[in-house]
Design a protein around this ligand. Structure first.
Ligand code: SF4
Length: 105
């Protein structure tokens, strides 16, 4: 998983585009929180493209690999239904998955 490590390092150090990312603090952006995890009405088109480019799906095709056991997952806060991901903004299903899944350490 060398490419995952490289990408994570790039993400955590910032990409230099000036955008703020809730993920850098390890907390999901509260303004993007919704009740249904497939409601992207508050998510920008560029962020939707970003999750698509990573191959995000709402239901994992690999039973042992899903967002809630991924190192990059941001768990839902108390009283909220959806978590988030360090790699992009917007709601994420616990049972979701993308090609950047990384085991928890
Ligand atoms: Fe984010 Fe992908 Fe991990 Fe889900 S599997 S938390 S979308 S990096």
């Amino acid at each position: 998983m060398g490419s995952t490590g490289l990408f994570l390092g790039w993400t955590l150090t910032g990409c230099g585009n000036g955008e703020e990312s809730g993920g850098e603090t390890g907390e999901a952006d509260q303004s993007l929180m919704v009740e249904n995890c497939n409601d992207y009405s508050k998510v920008s088109a560029s962020e939707i493209k970003k999750r698509e480019s990573l191959g995000y799906v709402e239901s994992t095709p690999i039973p042992d690999k899903h967002c809630s056991n991924c190192q990059l997952y941001i768990p839902a806060k108390e009283g909220q239904n959806c978590g988030g991901c360090i790699l992009f903004k917007g709601p994420v299903f616990e049972e979701g998955y993308c090609t950047y899944w990384a085991p928890q350490v």
